[in-house]
Design a protein around this ligand. Sequence first.
Ligand SMILES: Cc1cc2nc3c(=O)[nH]c(=O)nc-3n(C[C@H](O)[C@H](O)[C@H](O)COP(=O)(O)OP(=O)(O)OC[C@H]3O[C@@H](n4cnc5c(N)ncnc54)[C@H](O)[C@@H]3O)c2cc1C
Length: 286
Amino acid sequence: MDFLRPASLAEALELKAANPDAVPIAGGTDVMVELNFDKRRPAALLDLGRVPELATWRAENGRVRLGATVPYTRIVDELGDVLPGLAMAARTVGSPQIRNRAGVGGNLGSASPAGDAHPPLLATGADVEVASTRGTRTVPIGEFFLGPKRSALAADELVTAVLVPVAAGPQQFAKVGTRNAMVIAVCSFGLALDTTRRTVGTGIGSAGPVPLRAAAAEDFAAEVLPWDEPAANTLTDDTAKEFGELVAAAARPIDDVRGSAAYRRHALAVLARRTLRWAWQDVSGR
Ligand SMILES: Cc1cc2nc3c(=O)[nH]c(=O)nc-3n(C[C@H](O)[C@H](O)[C@H](O)COP(=O)(O)OP(=O)(O)OC[C@H]3O[C@@H](n4cnc5c(N)ncnc54)[C@H](O)[C@@H]3O)c2cc1C
């Protein structure tokens, strides 16, 4: 197996163009599992660990441009104020060792419906920046996932960054698993309120062939939330319940070893209701 080690983004893109079958490796926390279990035996690995352009983040026009290999630990430590939903999700990924290595580029590259970065990226309306020697393009996150473990990336492209809007209101992330850490989500939910535009964003994980938005729930909450009276007690039980039911209805879960479809729908309704309450408490506390 060849091990390709570019030292710049330009070199990484040249190597990917010349070796479209080469498997990119960032933190390696998905790739190495597949190699160790002999599920994949690629002719070449393309190591992204020495590409400095992928390893930084910066603020840019009201968004954070988060490099593909910035590890979850840095997202937690450095971006909790501006990207609170993504930082909450990052905090739940694996263990400290996994969070030190892995990042959002690898989560997107794997395109698992259970990836924890996906719900907050959907809820905030992020864009994925991808590049090849042919140029750079941005893919709205809702168009990035094509099916379980399939994405809009072409064979010669790499994820270079995600462009995530700076939070304009409270955000939440919640996940159900069989234990509290080191666990693949049975289902997960991300929520982003924008108190300026008075909009609500959602993202559902691990309850469909791809991560999903709950558009009807977003429209309903944006319409009925009492934006002019943001006190904790102005969010009624009926509103929270209806929001939860609309989120559950948007899911397309299956029965599998981690949970039944019916359980996933039930749990999502609970997560959506709870996160809306927590977020609304934050609005009233501002
Ligand atoms: C013990 C353990 C616990 C875990 N817990 C969680 C969890 O709680 N939540 C969760 O979401 N995930 C979890 N994972 C899975 C994994 O850590 C995440 O998916 C992580 O985000 C992968 O990032 P990475 O940098 O390690 O990716 P890698 O393993 O390096 O790559 C993953 C995939 O993405 C591709 N890729 C990587 N970078 C790029 C790029 N820039 N452009 C294009 N393709 C790219 C690779 O070719 C590969 O197909 C866990 C894994 C382990 C081993």
